[in-house]
Design a protein around this ligand. Sequence first.
Ligand code: USQ
Length: 382
Amino acid sequence: MRILILGGDGYLGWPTAMHLTAKGHKVAVVDNYLRRHLCREEDVEPLFDVPNLHKRADLWKAVSGYDVPMFIGDLREWDFVEQVFKDFTPEAIIHYAEQPSAPYSMLNRRAAMLTLQNNLDVTANVVFAVKEFCPGAHIVKIGTMGEYGTPDIDIEEGWIDIKHKGREHRFLYPRQAGSLYHTTKVMDTDLLWFYVRMWGIRVTDLMQGPVYGLITEENEKDERLFPFFNYDEIFGTVLNRFVVQAVAGYPLTVYGKGGQTRGYLNIKDTLNCVRLSLENPAKEGELRIFNQFVETFSVNELADKVQQVGKGLGLPVEVKALENPRKEAENHYYNPSHTGLLELGLEPNYLTDDVLAQMMETVIQHKDAIDKNAIFRGVRWE
Ligand code: USQ
């Protein structure tokens, strides 16, 4: 299949490019280095230096023999979008090309507007490009479990049947996001649903939970192919942060009561979920939604696991509850369903002690690169 990856330089984008080429697909990537640029602006660099896309593609070619052509530019600009879609007419598009951080979106007005404009403009341009250059192509969009928030009822997989005054109708499951970033994902879903109804495009919207890890089948023998590994408060996800904190001897930063529960997945499962979605596409005129995670944990449970495994490796890990800089429920009901991807054949990689230990051992080798000043800045939601 000819697959175009938008945001192909990112934490998930580059590993996806390697994975799909290794599975026999023809892949091209697009990126404007926004993530690298924002990390530099905020002085929160990833743990390892990551070669630019040209160098990553050269390395991957040398290791695997596969080519990954690339387009460097901004998908908010229609001229560029046109050039990309005319040069590489895709059968499927993976849309990761968004500002991905909740804390970044809450930093200040400029960061909020960048998030809003980037995320929505790119999603709209993708829809217009599909209609004009490759009608029938399947859009696989990375959404987030955070679109649903933490309601006091079970979370369904995208849709809910509502009975009202004796009649019944199926609606998008109610969304109530907890950051501006998450709100842009809700808006993306609405935009896609609108064009599914208007133009009959085919879309899979993946409601993904926080991802952890850095090792995949494709990069395990060569660290130069590792993804960005952010551990700072802005771009690092919680488990990646805790692993780095454990190695650095920095008390684990549990926000508030630590009962915040989310659905987590290993980066390897992100790749499998995306591939399974591509290989079993949505139908024309369908918005298919999967909840993309494999197990749920509270922040306290993650901190306990990291502490235990850290101790086994001789790391004296402390846990320190901090006043929560975010506005979120710290003790809540959480029971989201997630059967769709399992039905497509997903074989989950669970968070075992061995998986955590492997992550920690990798980070230990880069201990000297950890910048403790990046770990906690206190970006408040107020
Ligand atoms: N948390 C802590 N301590 C920390 C960092 C986070 O207690 O040092 C807590 C947060 O308050 C939150 C939970 O851990 O309750 C998850 O935080 P996170 O930073 O790992 O995840 P989040 O900001 O929600 O965003 C991440 C990704 C985003 C993705 C989302 C999926 O950055 O791109 O959409 O996970 S979800 O959380 O399901 O919405």
